[in-house]
Design a protein around this ligand. Structure first.
Ligand code: DP6
Length: 349
């Protein structure tokens, strides 16, 4: 095998996803194999846009997030991920990584999902790795579990799988869905999901029940998606999210991500249902609440939630695409011109 080119540059974009059946717990920490499968909606809001530029002159990887040098922890995670890509590509050169993340980092809006899905897509292209979608989903999984699903657009089912080969996400047909996201707090979460998952596995007496019930719930959810049954999708979404937060609260010491304002939003959603508007709450490992609605009711629900958290803190999102390369970042075929690699292409759009 000849040495692959090591001066590639590529820019990719990926969107966060919100799980309707949650992923919580790993049975293999290194490979990031989950204890159960999960299912999510990839959004069309809060993207991460990432440029990976391989640079043979570098002694180590350089990671810039939102225009500033990233923390050591974040940089180490990016380097560990790029090491996996380099190993597969048979490459040794380091890279400059510029990432622009339009979601509030660390507040339960799955920024690691969009982050690692975009990084996987851009790094695979920059290091000239030709991966099909399942392989890309498996690669993204190694950065962060939820990133497995952000490789896929719209509704994605992550198969827990038996090993690295079989643990990836794929699309599932579903009715039209929308999310109304009420931002309650943008401060970083008190305990990372990674750490909280470990604590759950080692201290919660409910963990085994979580694993077995999630598999049953997932089967039911996939059937509801295929049947286009919005009501059942919503009911399962809300029940599973509440189970997740109950599980997390059952750890020792306990962890609580929801704030009083999160509960207020959830109560408003119950009130909306009593008024005949079909809306269902969910929340990831953070205080922000996402409300699953039919697209035609998104605006009315957004207005109601705006009364609770303030209109400027409410955002409506529809289904978004899977991780993709941005066309202007692809090398112009045969043109011989340089590909711009300074700055995060597509930032701020
Ligand atoms: C609550 O994917 O951030 O959002 O695999 O350790 O990186 P790691 O965890 P992460 O966890 C997401 C947990 C969740 C539920 C979900 O997205 O399914």
């Amino acid at each position: 095998m000849t040495t692959p080119p090591t001066s590639g540059s590529a820019t990719a974009r990926a969107f966060p996803n919100l799980a309707l059946v949650k992923y919580w717990g790993k049975r293999d920490e290194e490979l990031i194999l989950p204890v159960a499968g999960s299912l999510s909606l990839t959004l069309d809001a809060f993207p991460t846009t990432t440029t990976v530029a391989v640079d043979p002159g570098l002694d180590g990887d350089v990671f810039e997030l939102n225009g500033a040098a990233a923390s050591d922890t974040a940089a180490e995670r990016v380097t560990a991920f790029l090491d996996l890509v380099r190993e597969r590509a048979g490459a040794t050169d380091h890279a400059r990584v510029h990432s622009v993340n339009e979601a509030p980092t660390g507040a339960g809006l799955a920024s690691s999902a969009s982050g690692f899905a975009a990084l996987a897509r851009a790094a695979a292209a920059a290091y000239d790795l030709d991966l099909d979608t399942p392989a890309l989903s498996r690669l993204a999984r190694r950065g962060s579990g939820s990133a497995t699903r952000s490789v896929i657009g719209n509704v994605a089912l992550w198969h827990a799988g038996a090993d690295d080969e079989t643990s990836f996400a794929e699309p599932v047909p579903a009715p039209d869905l929308a999310m109304v996201i009420a931002t309650v707090d943008t401060a970083a979460k008190p305990v990372s999901s990674r750490e909280a998952m470990r604590r759950t596995a080692s201290t919660s007496p409910y963990f085994v029940a979580w694993i077995t019930s999630t598999e049953t719930t997932l089967t039911e959810m996939v059937a509801a998606c295929r049947a286009g049954d919005f009501t059942r999708i919503g009911e399962i979404t809300e029940a599973h999210a509440m189970r997740l937060h109950g599980l997390i609260a059952s750890t020792e010491p306990p962890i609580r991500y929801l704030k009083p304002r999160s509960i207020e939003v959830m109560d408003t959603v119950v009130a909306l249902r009593q008024e005949g508007v079909e809306a269902y709450s969910t929340a990831d490992a953070g205080p922000n609440v996402a409300v699953l609605v039919r697209p035609e009711q998104a605006e009315a629900v957004a207005a109601r939630l705006g009364d609770v958290v303030g209109p400027e803190k409410v955002r409506t999102a529809g289904p978004g695409p899977g991780a993709h390369l941005l066309p202007d970042a692809q090398p112009p075929a045969g043109a011989g011109g340089p590909v711009g690699d300074e700055g995060p292409a597509g930032a701020g759009s």
